[in-house]
Design a binder for this molecule. Structure first.
Ligand code: G6P
Ligand code: MG
Length: 213
């Protein structure tokens, strides 16, 4: 029986995945690397450093460590500038009421994100108080598809993995959930592999679905 729901952040609670994409697109242009939204799918759920490595491989480019550091700092500055302009009304429709409904029925709620900006985004969205546990990129060594982020969330909630369900928009995230021994609900316009179901929007998840898992 499911006792906890672990939400990914970017692309699940709000459209911050778009801001990661726009920031990487700007870096790709500086480096003259062709970069499409389809290429960006590979970066979802993946750490900042690994994302840069994927981008560089797309352009067959190598950079020195110090050059990499500069691009990573620049990408993060672009992303942080976007999120600082966000307001609570950018949370996806239905998400706050869904989390409140889950809480009122006794489910534990966690965040499982690889982003080092996760705490900031939660506070900008005004939803930090809705989470019993928050795992961000600052707390883990390995990014998705490694299960570390979700296993740590399960540990902090004191709920075993098989009683947790993950909500994810990224292929790497669904893989991480399954590797952690958890079921996964996908949020995507296209069917996501390894999920029990893929829905268009986070607000489309019905509590009846969680009860059936
Ligand atoms: C999430 C996003 C990725 C992003 C990663 C690191 O997993 O899906 O696109 O690269 O977080 O985010 P950060 O805010 O630490 O650069
Ligand atoms: Mg995501």
């Amino acid at each position: 029986m499911i006792k906890a729901v672990i939400f990914d952040l970017d692309g699940v609670l709000a459209d911050t995945a778009k801001y990661h994409f726009l920031a990487w697109l700007s870096i790709a242009k500086e480096l003259n690397i062709p970069f499409t939204e389809q290429d960006n799918e590979r970066l979802k759920g993946v750490s900042r450093t690994e994302s840069l490595n994927i981008l560089l491989s797309l352009g067959n480019l190598t950079l020195s460590e110090s050059e990499k550091e500069q691009y990573l700092a620049r990408k993060n500055k672009l992303f942080v500038d976007f999120i600082n302009l966000m307001s609570p009304n950018e949370i996806f429709p239905g998400v706050v009421s869904f989390i409140k409904e889950l809480r009122s029925e006794g489910y534990k709620i966690a965040l499982g994100s690889v982003s080092k900006n996760a705490e900031t985004v939660l506070s900008v969205l005004g939803v930090a108080d809705l989470f019993d546990a928050v795992v961000s990129g600052k707390m883990i060594k390995n990014s998705k598809p490694d299960p570390e982020v979700f296993l740590l969330a399960s540990e902090l909630l004191h709920i075993p993995p098989h009683e947790c369900v993950v909500v994810e928009d990224a292929a790497a995230g669904a893989e991480a959930a399954v590797a952690a021994g958890m079921k996964c609900i996908g949020i995507s316009p296209h069917p996501l592999e390894k999920t029990v179901v893929t829905l268009q929007n986070t607000g489309d998840i019905d509590i009846a679905l969680i009860k059936k898992l």
